[in-house]
Write a protein that binds this ligand. Structure first.
Ligand code: PLP
Length: 411
């Protein structure tokens, strides 16, 4: 989308507002499927938690994608968006057996990452095939919060526990139809990914009824000019060869599955804010926008970088600004950024705002969560209304205090 198109969105829908470019989502989806076109059966399951608006899910459905879900609510959202249960994989961590059983009853593919749950599920439902999430203990991912494959991680069943896992499978007579790993977000090194894949292949050999191998996700996208990203095309080439070899030895054409979130939607999203005030202190010039970590928490939660541009004054002289929010806590979006001169009322655009931005938004400070707009077919489509005061108050229950009792309390 161009700056002038974005400015129109801010004008028409107000701010703060999230805008998503459907064409960019489709481009990323096609990049991934093209990179793996040498695989006979490829399945992309979009990770719903990255951006879970129902219109985004419906768009993925039209692209031919499946979905990866981590809660029964995401499963239900997927079904509401028109996905068939067999297009949905449920990959929770630390949820109750009953939540997993609910998903299984709906007919979605279950992915289990805990031996205790596996044993109980297999005992209760030996006829329902399940996928198992393996932890290959490979250190991948951008930082310790999003890197989930290491030895101390709570995710997955350790490769060292495969003998125990096989015993559970044998005793319960359950079927393992898939094997899965997801080592973390922001993987830079393809060789690390391929190394983890080898561990998965090695483990896969021990199961006779596989239908698919799921390599998870963790593809890194660029956040700024010159930033490194996962080379999907190279990964596609290398993993395709290796996967096809494996299938030949295994004696069956398995499905190769991925479940990317960030790769598919991060760059499609832009977050638009207005500048409430430019505040000069003794050492810093702050640009204070009409948002905060209640709407976009990634910079404060794990130091993520979002490029910030002044789309109201793109030709203005560049100056240094620290861009902050209006939350009554430190909520710095970007420190010492070189941005075209900012005037109060200007619109600042935050890039890479498609993944883990709106989906992590909250009502902190009793603020409304932003509106969401989809740019599709060269037109804007409002896909979520900005909240109103009703949304803030609707589930709150008022107690009728008696003034007499109250007086006693303050005595
Ligand atoms: C979050 C998650 C993903 C998506 O990760 P990205 O880094 O956004 O691609 C994939 N699989 C599982 C199991 C997840 O929890």
């Amino acid at each position: 989308m161009t700056s002038s198109q974005l400015l129109k969105v801010a004008e028409e829908f107000g701010s703060p507002v999230y805008v998503y470019d459907a064409e960019k989502i489709a481009t990323q989806y096609n990049r991934l499927t093209n990179a793996f076109k040498g695989v006979k059966h490829l399945k992309i399951n979009y990770a719903v938690k990255a951006l879970s608006n129902i219109s985004i899910l419906k768009f993925f459905n039209t692209l031919g994608s499946g979905i990866d879900t981590v809660s029964i609510q995401e499963v239900n959202l997927g079904i509401a968006a028109g996905f068939k249960p067999e297009q949905i994989i449920f990959t929770p961590n630390g949820v109750s057996l009953s939540e997993i059983e609910q998903a299984a009853q709906l007919g979605v593919q279950i992915n289990i990452d805990n031996l205790s749950i596996l044993e109980q599920f297999g005992t209760n439902h030996p006829d329902i095939p399940v996928c198992i999430r393996i932890n290959p203990h490979v250190m991948a991912g951008g930082n310790s919060n999003i890197s989930v494959g290491h030895i101390d991680s709570k995710f997955g069943i350790s490769i060292h526990q495969i003998p125990h896992l096989l015993r559970i499978v044998e005793n319960t007579k359950m079927t393992i139809n898939g094997i899965h790993m997801h080592t973390g977000s922001d993987i830079l090194d393809i060789d690390v990914f391929l190394y983890a894949s080898e561990i998965l292949f090695e483990t896969a050999k021990q199961f006779n009824n596989l239908e698919f191998i799921d390599f998870g996700s963790g593809f890194k996208v660029p956040y700024k000019k010159g930033d490194i990203e996962t080379n999907i095309e190279e990964l596609g080439q290398k993993l395709t060869t290796r996967f096809n070899d494996f299938c030949k030895n295994y004696g069956k054409d398995l499905t190769l599955a991925f479940e990317p979130g960030k790769f598919l939607v991060s760059e499609a999203g832009t977050f638009l804010t207005h500048v409430n005030a430019v505040k000069q202190t003794t050492s810093t010039v702050f640009a204070q926008v009409d948002s905060g970590f209640n709407h976009l928490i990634r910079p404060m939660l794990y130091g993520s970088h979002h490029d910030i541009n002044n789309i109201s004054n793109p030709k203005g002289r560049e100056r240094f600004y620290t861009v902050v929010g209006y939350i009554c806590e430190t909520d710095t979006f970007g420190n010492n950024r070189r941005i075209n001169e900012i005037n109060e009322g200007d619109v600042l655009a935050f890039k890479n705002a498609g993944a883990y931005c709106f989906s992590m938004a909250s009502n902190y400070n009793s603020r409304y969560r932003p509106a969401e707009v989809l740019w599709y077919n060269k037109k804007t489509h409002l896909i979520r209304k900005r909240e109103t005061f009703d949304d803030i108050i609707k589930n709150q229950i008022e107690v009728n205090f008696s003034s007499k009792k109250e007086k006693e309390l303050v005595k």
